[in-house]
Write a protein that binds this ligand. Structure first.
Ligand SMILES: *Cc1c(COP(=O)(O)O)cnc(C)c1O
Length: 435
């Protein structure tokens, strides 16, 4: 399989696309053509890694990793991704739990896969590859966890001081010597600007081999299609029905992975996107005009995106706007509705949901009754509520028990270097830490 930039030009191998992250022309890599499958192609695939092998093999045909696919996928899917039926919905809705990984959010899947691939492609103990990642909270923890202690790999995480939650901060700062955590006196945008500046600085780039692990890397999308394939196949085998999916959406990566799985022939029904008060995507579906905006802060902070970059991919892969309008619904859920959703979930289901997941459960309750009863629905749970306990616990009036993985991470010692928002400080901290 070859990959091409959303802005055209020459094709690249998967390995090049994984290492580059973003195409040289600033576009995003997409496969030149999606492979297609019949559900029967997966009859012998009973586990997620086995489903992933069938689904992802065509993408690896000319990759140096083609023989490594099995161990790469075993590492990526080292935790379960169950769909739990919601009895109150008469068996017609379930929660797809993407939060059983090391940092308790779905980003563990993409980060784990990218780490498994890049370590094999580029890991070099004499000249390590240095992954730079700017984070507003969730991504940096998943990337640090995925690359922690991998030979030949280093990570530098930059996060805005005082603007991430206490538990998020811990997940960004509790790793081994190959991870450097920089607490930047500034905003997320400053962190992102520093990553760009570091990669463009020839003196610094001469001393370190840089790569990035941002959310637009195709290596984050491909493995995410797998859990939609696995969940839909299971449901289809058991019931003969194609489930619909309701997906909390920010930068559109997770939803795009589901759309790609459906394009590839997996038994997936309607796909509905749930956004927070950032309305760029809902407005696009209403007006067919793409007008990026500055992001606004919400309770579902990992979805605070005003200019979702994967839209460029979606328009390339699915084609024109009419198709988009025909096949997707989208609802914007504001903070009041998120709070209501969390409370209602706790009452109805007997367990808490995180603020991101609550955009999906709220959207499910708001669906047109006819549409809701015409399909079985999978509500996508993107993070564990214990990650956002300061929001969730006052609403439900109870403590959310910590999952074991998260408890283990929070018990580790943590350390970060505080710096001002300038490149010399980043360079000095890196020299100090890595030499
Ligand atoms: C990143 C994230 C999202 C948004 O996912 P996108 O792929 O950016 O649409 C939703 N929920 C949680 C918990 C996240 O970390």
């Amino acid at each position: 399989m070859r990959f091409v930039s959303t802005r055209g030009g020459e094709t690249a191998s998967l390995d090049r696309a994984l290492v580059n992250g973003i195409a040289p022309d600033g576009g995003l890599y997409v496969p030149v053509q999606l492979p297609t499958f019949d559900p029967a192609d997966f009859d012998r695939a009973g586990t997620i890694p086995q489903v992933a092998q069938v689904l992802l093999r065509p993408f690896f045909t000319d990759s140096a990793l083609v023989e490594d696919l099995e161990p790469v996928l075993a590492e990526t899917f080292s935790f379960p991704i169950p769909a739990t039926a919601l009895p109150e919905a008469g068996g017609h809705a379930s929660l797809l739990e993407l939060y059983h990984g090391p940092t308790a959010a779905f980003k563990d899947v993409g980060a784990g896969f990218l780490a498994a691939c890049l370590t094999r492609l580029e890991g070099d103990e004499t000249a390590p590859l240095t992954i730079l990642v700017a984070t507003s909270g969730d991504t940096g923890g998943a990337v640090a966890a995925a690359f922690n202690e991998r030979p030949g790999m280093r990570v530098v995480v930059l996060f805005p001081e005082g603007r991430v939650s206490a538990r998020q901060a811990h997940q960004l700062t509790c790793w081994s010597d190959n991870v450097l955590s920089l607490s930047v006196a500034g905003a997320f945008d400053d962190c992102q600007a520093l990553v760009k500046a570091a990669m463009a600085d020839s003196a610094l780039a001469g001393r370190f081999r840089f790569s990035s692990a941002n959310s637009i890397n195709i290596g984050r999308l491909l493995p995410q299609s797998t859990y939609y394939a696995d969940a839909s196949l299971r449901h289809f085998r058991e019931t003969g029905n194609k489930p619909g999916f309701i997906i909390p959406t920010g930068n559109l990566g997770n939803a795009l992975a589901c759309i790609m799985a459906r394009e590839m022939g997996l038994p997936i029904g309607p796909i509905v996107l749930a956004t927070n008060a950032n309305r760029t995507i809902p407005e696009y579906f209403e007006t067919l005009e793409w007008i990026p905006r500055a992001s606004v802060q919400t309770l579902a902070s990992a979805m605070d995106v005003g200019d979702p970059s994967n839209m460029e991919r979606l328009r390339t892969i699915i084609g024109d706007a009419d198709v988009l309008r025909d096949c997707l619904g989208v609802l914007s859920v504001d903070d009041d509705a998120i709070r209501e959703g969390i409370k209602q979930d706790f009452t109805d289901f007997g367990f808490a949901t995180c603020p991101h997941t609550a955009t999906a459960t709220h959207t499910w309750r708001q669906l047109d009754p006819e549409l809701r009863s015409a399909h079985d629905w999978m509500l996508v749970a993107t993070a564990h509520p214990a990650k956002f306990e300061t929001i969730v616990e006052p609403l439900i009036g109870e403590t959310v028990p910590l999952p074991a993985e998260l408890a283990e991470i929070l018990s580790r010692p943590s350390r970060a270097v505080s710096i001002g928002p300038d490149l010399d400080a980043v360079a000095a901290a890196m020299d100090e830490h890595f030499h």
